[in-house]
Design a protein around this ligand. Structure first.
Ligand code: SAM
Length: 272
């Protein structure tokens, strides 16, 4: 039987671990949330207690580390979330790319969670880019569980209400034994590659450079120093004049020299 014990010392240990592994900062206010996530994990797991979990993490057991990271991330997301960014794509960037006669567009969605964000980008580009312009989206996240869901591309039908009417033809709604679910069309799915990537590591998900990077609603979990280092990495991953989108409640104020502010939460790479 799993014990319900969860001490301040347990919280401090796990808080330090998730900071080292993912850069996620947990304030004291998150103690109850962490406690309930850990206890529900232990009930379903072969690990019997918080002490055992701590021991496995201390021993750097890779499977336990990944489960712990998956447990500690917050994955809230929606289709067409913060829709101003998609308007910016349609009314500013796509016309500009048309003028420049670009034939291929590459986008990195760098904290893609369960996939709603990269699928939204793909729907918008497929609908609005000229037919002779191809595009590819790289969708990455640190959490392997959400990446599996994203790769699957199947969502409860209630989520289809987040998607405007003009994009509904990209959804295939389930019938009979899959009623209540929809699947994203293959022409959308095939534009996206899913890959695990940790934003705080000094590595790149590939050697490509991107026209746009979405890094939305993940900076809120990072401290300023982590954000500054990450911005240098994203700056290097953008093509000249490439754009960076962050969440509307987030800030990159420590790295003004790397990006010009275009409008709230929209930045353009500065050449430094
Ligand atoms: C709140 S969701 C945001 C999803 C989406 N970008 C949006 O705006 O709707 C935050 C995501 O960031 C991911 N994440 C947290 N730390 C990360 C890290 N160090 N590297 C990559 N992804 C991370 C989480 O797993 C989670 O899926």
């Amino acid at each position: 039987m799993t014990s319900d014990r969860f001490t301040d010392e347990d919280f401090l240990f796990l808080k330090e671990k998730i900071f080292q592994l993912a850069g996620i900062t947990l304030t004291e206010k998150k103690k109850d949330l962490v406690k309930s996530r850990v206890q529900s994990f232990l009930r379903k797991s072969e690990i019997g207690s918080v002490d055992e979990l701590k021991q496995e993490l201390q021993n750097s057991n890779p499977a336990v580390i990944q489960k712990f990271v998956n447990l500690m991330t917050t994955n809230k997301t929606d289709f067409f979330r913060e829709s101003k960014h998609f308007d910016y794509l349609i009314y500013e960037l796509i016309p500009q790319w048309k003028k420049e006669k670009k034939t291929e567009i590459k986008i990195w969605c760098s904290a893609s969670s369960t996939g709603e964000e990269p699928y939204t980008i793909a729907m918008v580009l497929l609908k609005h880019l000229p037919k002779n312009t191809s595009f590819k989206i790289l969708a990455t996240d640190i959490d392997t569980q959400v990446l599996r869901k994203a790769q699957n591309g199947v969502y409860p039908i209630s989520k289809s209400s987040e998607i405007p009417e003009q994009y509904q033809p990209f959804l295939s709604k389930g019938k009979k034994n899959v009623e209540g679910w929809f699947k994203v069309a293959d022409e959308i799915h095939s534009k996206i590659s899913f890959k695990q990537h940790n934003l705080i590591e000094n590595t790149y998900p590939g050697d490509e450079l991107f026209e746009v990077i979405f890094c939305r609603n993940v900076l809120i979990y990072f401290e300023r120093k982590t954000i500054n280092t990450l911005m240098e990495k994203l700056h290097l991953s953008l093509k000249p004049h490439g754009h960076l989108f962050i969440g509307h409640s987030e800030s990159i104020s420590g790295t003004q020299h790397l990006f010009a502010t275009i409008q709230p939460a929209v930045f353009r790479k500065a050449s430094v």
